[in-house]
Design a protein around this ligand. Sequence first.
Ligand SMILES: NC(=O)c1ccc[n+]([C@@H]2O[C@H](COP(=O)([O-])OP(=O)(O)OC[C@H]3O[C@@H](n4cnc5c(N)ncnc54)[C@H](O)[C@@H]3O)[C@@H](O)[C@H]2O)c1
Length: 373
Amino acid sequence: MSNSLLRVGIVGSGGIAAQHAIGWNAFPQFATIAALAEVDTARAEAFSLTHTNSAAKIYNSLDAMLADDAVDVVDICLPHHLHTDAVIAAAKAGKAVLCEKPLCTTLEDARKIKAVIDESGVPFMSGHNQVFQPSLIEARRLMAAGVIGKPFLMRSIETFRNQAYDPYSYAQMPPAGPRGWRTDVKSAGGGELLDTGYHSTYRLLALAGEDKPVEVTGFLSRFHIADWPTEDTGQVTIRFASGAVGEILTSWAFDVDGSRQFEVSGSLGAVGGGATFVSHQLYGWPEAARRSIPGTHTFTAEIGQFIKVVRDGASNPADADAAIRVLQVIKAAYLSARLGQTVSLPDDPSADPVPGKSTPTPFDVEVLDDVLA
Ligand SMILES: NC(=O)c1ccc[n+]([C@@H]2O[C@H](COP(=O)([O-])OP(=O)(O)OC[C@H]3O[C@@H](n4cnc5c(N)ncnc54)[C@H](O)[C@@H]3O)[C@@H](O)[C@H]2O)c1
């Protein structure tokens, strides 16, 4: 496979598949969209016309597409609850797999996925597109160069006012409409935290680098989507093995001032950023130095890296273990919110979170009797 054109089959021709198609079409020397699998044939035909000039073969099921030897890569752009079976079937068929976030909706499924990927040995990457945001890459470069010293606090923010769930537009959606599966917790597998919060979680873990999350406390709210059975907003506090504290703020109810996406404060200074800027402030500076950094189409950057993973075995920032760790943190936050207590993360990213605090970290503080009095 390594030197020939990768023949890509995209499963699902909805909203995100269109972004992936832009990505694949940016690398015509390495890849071509050869096939589509979609239950809605009219949608697939329109998609094929727009993105492949009707060249892609159209199948009405993934299984039919997997039988096609002229497909090397399967790009899964299906609703959350269909990811597990699709990843497993594609890997068993020997295809390289790119799968949209979230990897899946349960850790049990994550373990099944991991077993099949390991056994088949196919390249696998999860859709952590925002790790390719240039501002985040620059902030991580600054951190690696030591400019903020030892990180104490890492914050990742992914918030927007989700108009699709405003009562007016929500009422207009037919049950089987494009957002139909998102309005059913059984198929969505969770609320905002599992969906959009997935981005803030993998961004936080990217900022933490080798530092392992060990403890999670979750806090969920429903501010905006009144007839939604679960959260539209999540706040999650994570203790890392180094003692650094992570925070995730994610919401469909509101955005934050300046649309900031991350902040890290350390022993020497702080760094922060959004989609198109990075700021950096050493303690004592009157204000932060702020630099504009052009954004990028992160799906194209992601697909560019995936092509390198498949062709050259390049580094993979979203392999199965990384994707499973993201899900473990989110599941831990749900468990914590339900129990009203902190939960611990086992070392194995696919293992279930455990109620209770983990082993002490270097910055833990004892709560003294005098303070409680
Ligand atoms: N990375 C991001 O920023 C981002 C943004 C949006 C969505 N996503 C992810 O992409 C995935 C898809 O989301 P979307 O917004 O494109 O959804 P969507 O509802 O717009 O599209 C899903 C498509 O899958 C098709 N489909 C459903 N069942 C099928 C089956 N069994 N076989 C073949 N096709 C089938 C539907 O007909 C539809 O066209 C989700 O998991 C979501 O989390 C990621």
